[in-house]
Design a protein around this ligand. Structure first.
Ligand code: AMP
Ligand code: MG
Length: 428
């Protein structure tokens, strides 16, 4: 493992790094240098591999399909026999079933009844689907103009060729990839260990579920949104609950988290002028930068490493506001955790949709607005914002199916202007 860069090293490499006015782009660039992938492999049975990240390239041990075979139930014959001006007449000399090779030979003017998936008999290259064919005893007629030589035949190796890479290291094993590995006959697969992500909420006003409501206090919703987002990505969550705003409790929580986790996420206590001990404890136990990001919602954030003996864990100190937590997670923590997982994730594609309303936007910061994307009468994508955009209003996050991303340099949006939308895709 390479020695991790210090925050100072990273800051020096980033042009125009200003912790008091950091662009969203800078945050992503910074985190890309801070986070080191977990490099421990384990072998898992394919049935348990869903959502895991492939640790090694997989080279096909076999070709799929392993033989030329029929794509239809019908009659296999030589494509050179097809007539274009009158029906092609052929005599059926046998039947090829799926799962066993048909052993006979086929002369000119002959064909073989064949089932879907059956190996193409030697020398035959075309299949007439049974619904196109007129059958009379052992005689079949294929009308002219309905088929071409080579039709309805699947070629050996057309999916995967033996010796060729089938999947690359860093691929997330989604259902299609699991199916593909199964088609190669592989019962288990090498994946990266799942990162452990410890989470706790901070703030004396935060109530755990089950506690009686009291004046000035709010229930801990961040713990549940973060748990969902961390687990949806495929990381292992270490749930550390709510930690009191008291030096000894905070120190114990950070030390425990750093001793077992690869990453620590906290919420609350990182705003400017916050009169609590969270920031002081982060400073004491690690190498941590406190940022003001040019974005809305979610301006304050603490980032760095907390060290405990030989171990260190990446720290994401998120703001406390429930929507700010989700937005900063989607924009920054998610790609950073993907890197920690070893997932070579393609950047989330942004959708373009027409805004149904005018939006006020100041250049010089990135704004994320909760939006509902739908299709208008003309079949175009449109997006409207979900009412109250307050950074504590979770109900509007629930209604939304995406975040409108108004870029750093962008100004006001007029009705009908196209805007970028980050779709939720089930992960927020
Ligand atoms: P802070 O970042 O600590 O200043 O918190 C900003 C706002 O978010 C305050 O209104 C907090 O009460 C609220 N908040 C902080 N942590 C949580 C949490 N875990 N669940 C729900 N709301 C929170
Ligand atoms: Mg607070």
């Amino acid at each position: 493992m390479t020695t991790p860069l210090s925050l100072n090293d990273i800051a020096e490499r980033l042009q125009g790094y200003d912790p008091q006015a950091l662009s969203a782009r800078h945050v992503n660039d910074f985190l890309a240098q801070l986070v080191q992938p977990v490099r421990e492999q384990e072998s898992v049975p394919l049935m348990q591999a869903h959502g895991r990240i492939l640790a090694q390239d997989v080279v096909s041990p076999i070709s799929v399909p392993p033989h030329d075979n029929s794509a239809m139930d019908g009659y296999a014959f030589r494509g050179t026999e097809l007539l274009t001006d009158r029906p092609t007449r052929l005599t059926v000399v046998g039947t090829a079933f799926a799962g066993a090779a048909w052993q006979g030979t086929v002369q000119k003017g002959e064909c073989v009844r064949i089932m879907t998936g059956a190996i193409m008999p030697a020398g035959l290259d075309t299949v007439a689907p049974q619904e196109l064919v007129k059958v009379d005893g052992d005689q079949v007629q294929i009308p002219p103009g309905v088929l071409q030589a080579g039709d309805n035949r699947r070629l050996l190796g057309e999916d995967l060729m033996a010796g060729q890479p089938a999947l690359r290291a860093g691929t997330r094993l989604a259902p299609a990839a699991c199916g593909l590995l199964a088609s190669l006959g592989l019962p288990s697969v090498s994946v990266w260990r799942r990162p452990k992500v410890a989470y706790f909420s901070t703030g004396d006003e935060i109530l755990s579920l089950g506690e009686a409501p009291r004046e000035g206090a709010v229930y801990d919703s961040n713990r549940y949104t973060v748990a969902g987002m961390v687990q949806a990505l495929g990381c292992e969550l270490i749930d550390m609950g709510v930690v009191r705003d008291e030096p000894a409790a905070l120190e114990q929580a950070f030390v425990d988290a750093a001793a077992q986790a690869d990453a620590i996420i906290t919420s609350g206590g990182v705003s400017v002028g916050e009169a609590d001990h969270t920031k002081a404890m982060m400073k004491k136990l690690g190498d941590v930068a406190f940022w003001r990001i040019a974005m809305r919602p979610g301006r304050p954030m603490a980032v760095g490493r907390i060290t405990q003996g030989e171990r260190s864990a990446v720290l994401f100190g998120l703001p406390g506001n429930p929507v700010a937590v989700m937005v900063t997670f989607a924009a920054f923590v998610r790609p950073a955790l993907q890197q920690l997982m070893g997932w070579q994730a393609p950047a989330l594609p942004l959708l373009k949709a027409k805004s149904t309303e005018a939006l006020r936007k100041k250049p010089g910061r990135t704004e994320y607005q909760r939006g509902i994307v739908s299709t208008n009468a003309a079949g175009e994508l449109q997006v409207r914002i979900t009412g109250n955009q307050g950074s504590g209003v979770l109900s509007s996050m629930v209604q939304a199916n995406g975040l409108i991303v108004l870029g750093h340099a962008q100004g006001n949006v007029a009705v009908g202007d196209e805007v970028d939308v980050m779709m939720f895709d089930g992960h927020l």
